[in-house]
Design a protein around this ligand. Structure first.
Ligand SMILES: Cc1cc2nc3c(=O)[nH]c(=O)nc-3n(C[C@H](O)[C@H](O)[C@H](O)COP(=O)(O)OP(=O)(O)OC[C@H]3O[C@@H](n4cnc5c(N)ncnc54)[C@H](O)[C@@H]3O)c2cc1C
Length: 602
């Protein structure tokens, strides 16, 4: 029985310690100050703050979305209160360097920590999520002055940040952004343009907001190679570091969303002239790194950002599953088939908790396999980030980097597809009650529905996987993935999981063959036309592998928890992995149905 309906601490401990052995990271200089005790303490604190300060206002924030009063965005006060507790506890900088006030935790632990906040209240968690991403980008590519002026106040939680990429006419295709940045004599730039969908784009939570904005410097190359990155603060910063003159970036409107309602989401105008810093219109911005390298900088942080979205999608699916599990144990309805058979109506025997019905257990097993499988995928990829950054041998770092590159579209897309399915099943387990606002599962579903859309849609992830990742370096990433999975299947020989390993091995071989068939056509349009099916099949193969890994990590342990893991592993093997056969058949047939359907007949 879980002690929390937010996440399962028992499962996180299993994944972090019994499986991924994060404690071994403390042997590396970067994590030498840490131990199992410090990891446990920080997880305890995350659970406590998520439970006491984030979860209680999740529904209230959903029902009272941000609104504008006298030109200012107003949020319910609980959001600021929760974020103050979060920041005071040091979570904003938990995996950052000590030099920046961070705890220098491994990313693996940092992601597990942040999963608590996302599962408890994803709308409030989005502010630190964006702020951490913003600061990380500045630390990687900004000047020391930019780090001190803009990243430090964010890591201290005094200012929050945004990522301002999208425009009304340019979402998936950032090559088509039109925001302009004109160089000035003093080395700064003046920006004009409109950014759409900017999360955390305006609010009164902090005294300043640091926008990271993609824009074009006139005269630069067209397309993606002519996009630069700028820091644009809401208030220009005085020499002493305090916020000064109001910059010319203004709120043009709020978007009213299906979910994630606690996160203010904005249309922002840059340089419309409402404010006149230095006496004239134009948003003052400062170039980050070199001109025209903006998208490269953004993409360099993409792996971690996309894992983060995967963690959020998993966390929301996970909390949906735990709520459904509790409901199914307590809601009584109907009688077992056998009991009905003994009397004409079965009505004389007592009703049973719905978890006694096999079809309800089917839904719970499916949701469990998506939630725990997604968490395994997210934390495995976070562990690769730690390997990529701290492994002693350069070849180990390179190996982790390559594997992470090929897994990233899956780490983003698989939880974003199946996390919402877990929430959908959680609604179904609740029956009619799940369709009301008296239970939280409908909100989890609405919140989670964003994840297949932002940070690269599922369609864009599928093109990344099939169009780039599995063919890059002559297919080296795909080969490495296959070899890594084979190491696991070899360990299963002679165990009760040998059959699972054989089926998984066949699926991996099929994936390699299908990839060759698709690209063997010499026709990229045909190869990529069914890329979404490829992404789905590849995702299921990868998560099946991680379920086999988890099953093996259970060893001979016979606790209820470990039996639950085995049951979910068996479910994924028998019910989910076989889905890929039909998907690979379709791909292998080079089906042209979608490709050849003209737009005008739809
Ligand atoms: C709630 C929310 C928060 C957001 N937060 C931010 C933020 O903080 N900062 C930010 O910069 N952006 C943010 N976004 C924007 C988000 O990243 C975009 O919505 C997303 O990239 C998709 O762009 P779009 O909405 O313009 O859709 P489009 O790009 O128009 O896509 C519409 C459909 O067409 C498909 N499609 C488009 N191009 C192709 C192609 N080449 N091949 C195949 N299919 C294609 C897509 O997959 C999708 O299904 C947010 C969006 C939302 C909804």
């Amino acid at each position: 029985m879980p002690s929390s309906f937010i996440l399962s601490r028992r499962d996180l401990d299993f994944l972090l310690h019994e499986w991924l052995d994060v404690e071994s990271l403390t042997g590396r200089p970067r994590f030498a100050e840490h131990s199992r005790q410090t990891f446990d303490a920080v997880m305890d604190l995350a659970e406590q703050i998520a439970t006491d300060h984030f979860a209680p206002h999740n529904r209230k924030a959903d029902e009272n979305e941000p609104h504008v009063v006298d030109g200012e965005v107003v949020l319910i006060p609980e959001v600021a209160e929760a974020l103050k507790v979060f920041t005071d506890a040091g979570f904003m900088a938990c995996s950052f360097d000590e030099e920046y006030g961070g705890m220098q935790l491994p990313h693996t632990v940092g992601q597990a920590v942040f999963a608590w906040f996302m599962a408890a209240n994803v709308g409030t968690s989005a502010y630190p999520f964006l702020t951490m991403g913003n600061a990380r980008l500045l630390l990687a590519h900004g000047s020391q002055e930019q780090v001190d002026t803009y990243a430090r106040p964010q890591l201290e939680g005094r200012w929050f940040g945004t990522m301002a990429l999208s425009e009304p006419q340019a979402g998936s295709s950032l090559a088509d952004i039109t925001t302009r940045a004109v160089p000035q004599d003093d080395g700064s730039y003046r920006l004009t343009g409109t950014k759409m969908w900017i999360s955390g784009g305006d609010h009164q939570l902090t005294e300043n907001i640091v926008h990271l904005v993609l824009a074009r410097i006139p005269g630069g190359p067209p397309g993606t190679k002519g996009i630069s990155l700028f820091v644009v603060p809401k208030f220009l910063v005085e020499p002493d570091g305090s916020p000064g003159e109001r910059n010319d970036v203004v709120l043009a409107g709020l978007n009213h969303k299906m979910g994630y309602r606690g996160t203010t989401n904005t249309l922002l105008n840059f340089g419309e002239g409402r404010h006149t810093p230095g006496g004239r219109a134009g948003a003052v911005g400062y170039l980050v790194g070199k001109p025209h390298r903006g998208l490269t900088y953004m993409f360099s942080m993409m792996n971690e950002a996309r894992i983060g979205v995967g963690v959020g999608a998993t966390a929301l699916g996970y909390t949906g599953y735990l709520h459904a599990l509790e409901y199914a144990r307590t809601r009584t309805q109907g009688r077992p088939v056998a009991a009905k058979g003994m009397t004409s109506t079965g009505a004389s025997s007592p009703m049973v908790p719905i978890i006694e019905h096999p079809d309800v257990r089917r839904m719970l097993l499916a949701a469990k396999s998506y939630a725990e499988g997604g968490m395994a995928l997210s934390l495995y990829c976070a562990r690769l980030v730690d390997e990529e950054q701290t492994a002693e041998a350069p070849e180990e770092r390179a190996r982790a980097h390559l594997l992470l590159d090929v897994l990233t579209p899956i780490a983003k897309a698989w939880p974003s597809q199946w996390g919402p399915v877990a929430d959908d099943l959680a609604i179904q387990v609740h029956g009619g009650y799940g369709y009301t606002r008296d239970h939280p599962v409908e909100q989890f579903y609405r919140d989670n529905r964003l994840n297949p859309i932002h940070e690269g849609t599922q369609g864009i992830q599928s093109l990344d996987l099939l169009g780039r990742k599995v063919v890059m370096q002559g297919g080296a990433g795909l080969r490495l993935l296959g070899e890594t999975i084979t190491t696991t299947t070899a360990r299963a020989a002679g165990t009760e999981w040998a059959g699972f390993a054989a089926d998984l091995g066949a699926a991996v071989a099929r994936m390699g063959a299908v990839t060759s068939t698709l690209w063997g056509t010499g026709d990229p349009d045909l190869a990529l036309a069914n890329s979404h099916v490829y992404l789905e099949a590849a995702g299921h193969v990868v998560v099946a592998w991680l379920w086999l890994e988890q099953a093996l990590a259970c060893g001979g342990s016979s606790s209820v928890f470990h039996e639950g893991k085995r049951a979910a592993a068996r479910y994924f093997w028998r019910w989910e992995l076989p889905r890929t056969r039909g998907q690979f058949d379709l791909l292998e047939s080079l089906d042209r149905t979608v490709l050849d359907t003209p737009a005008q007949v739809l």
